[in-house]
Design a protein around this ligand. Structure first.
Ligand SMILES: Cc1cc2nc3c(=O)[nH]c(=O)nc-3n(C[C@H](O)[C@H](O)[C@H](O)COP(=O)(O)OP(=O)(O)OC[C@H]3O[C@@H](n4cnc5c(N)ncnc54)[C@H](O)[C@@H]3O)c2cc1C
Length: 351
């Protein structure tokens, strides 16, 4: 049975998601093809994404006099505990520098030293300082930059409050599609227009899924409520292939408020990079039992260490001691964290 699908919108490329992945894809495409009509959807407003919540910064080899791609690649493979795809790591590390330069050219501001060099932070698993950041709200700055850059391309349209529900495949034209169907095609998406409360049909020659992660399926998460894995679910329902779902990144440290807040407020790893030390609530250091890199061990090791300490002691949180740190420097670097944290002798946290 052949069915017709009558579109509300036709576009050449439909990009579902307006975080760093979706907006970068739209910009790159528009830079190379001004003849293409590109439509980007976001289910809320264009400032809301995981991207705009990122705190600590972007890891990229920057000071080539002390650092190099090989060092960053080895650090990444080591932190990946043997599970990384080396080819992907090499691409991300080697092309990362140019991507950051591009962001700067598009207007992104990263903090600098008085002499004009970029202020490079340190995070877990890195053997060098290579984190570019804008205060402790780097993601906000990147989202702002991308939203501004998009405005210079008349062929990109961002539709806010358009909630993609399902992608359209041959299944919607009456053909039986299974996971074994070899040539599943995507013709666009059915989308809830949250303003009209109608379901619109967007037909597209190409559809790109950039809907972010799934953090909200966990009871405790630092991911905003939009991180509900919609794109992964849509592709799965459409009988597409999804991969690597067992890899979920957890930040080991968040502010312990015990008020049922959702999401938890992240205490960036950059705070440990700045010198903060993990301790028990009684003030005893414990990371020497788990890794010689102590509080700056990779995230999985730190998270397991905290979990172990919580289980052994029965405590409901561990602590992150910042009391010995330079107060002015800390305030300059982490104004947003300071605003959100209850300032006490020991800054509490939980995983
Ligand atoms: C608190 C926090 C701190 C972080 N700190 C860092 C850091 O310091 N450094 C670092 O490198 N990374 C950090 N990250 C991770 C980083 O932010 C993410 O990996 C990255 O931003 C993901 O980008 P994205 O474009 O894939 O997804 P997102 O930025 O989440 O964008 C997803 C987009 O998809 C849209 N969307 C989702 N579902 C639908 C739907 N059904 N219909 C329409 N639109 C939809 C959303 O509205 C959004 O526009 C942090 C993350 C968090 C939460």
């Amino acid at each position: 049975m052949k069915k017709n699908i009558s579109p509300n919108i036709r576009t050449d490329v439909l990009i579902i998601g307006a975080g760093v992945a979706g907006l970068s894809a739209a910009i790159k495409l528009a830079m190379s093809r001004s003849d293409l009509d590109i439509t980007v959807l976001t289910k809320t407003h264009k400032k809301e994404s995981n991207t705009s919540w990122a705190q600590g910064g972007i890891a990229s080899v920057w000071d080539f006099s002390t650092d190099g791609y090989e060092k960053h690649i080895e650090d990444t493979l080591d932190a990946g505990d043997g599970l990384c795809d080396r080819d992907i790591v090499e691409i991300v590390v080697k092309e990362g520098h140019e991507r950051v330069v591009e962001l700067i050219e598009w207007g992104a501001r990263f903090d600098k030293e008085e002499d004009g060099d970029y202020n490079l932070g340190r995070e877990g698993g890195h053997s060098e300082n290579r984190i570019l950041h804008y205060k402790d709200i780097t993601g906000w700055e990147i989202q702002r930059t991308l939203n501004e850059k998009v405005k210079s391309f008349p062929n990109i349209t961002i539709l806010e409050h358009y909630f993609a529900l399902d992608i359209i495949t041959q299944h919607h034209l009456g053909r039986n599609v299974t996971r074994l169907t070899p040539d599943i095609q995507c013709f666009g998406a059915y989308v809830l227009n949250k303003k009209t409360k109608e379901i619109d049909t967007i037909l597209a020659r190409n559809t790109v899924m950039c809907t972010g992660g799934t953090g909200q399926i966990y009871k405790n998460t630092t991911n905003p409520v939009i991180a509900s894995g919609d794109g992964i679910a849509m592709v799965y329902r459409a009988k597409g292939r999804i991969a690597n779902m067992e890899f979920v990144q957890f930040h080991p440290t968040a502010l312990y408020q015990n008020t049922g807040e959702n999401p938890d407020f992240l205490i960036s790893e950059a705070v440990r990079g700045f010198g903060a030390v993990l301790k028990t609530p009684e003030g005893k250091e414990f990371m020497e039992k788990y890794d010689e890199r102590l509080s700056l061990a990779p995230r999985d090791i730190v998270a397991r260490a905290i979990d172990n300490e919580l289980k052994m002691s029965g405590a409901d949180h561990m602590s992150l001691d910042c009391t010995h740190l330079d107060q002015k420097g800390f305030l300059d670097h982490f104004p947003n964290i300071m605003r959100n944290a209850k300032v006490s002798e020991l800054m509490p946290l939980r995983i």
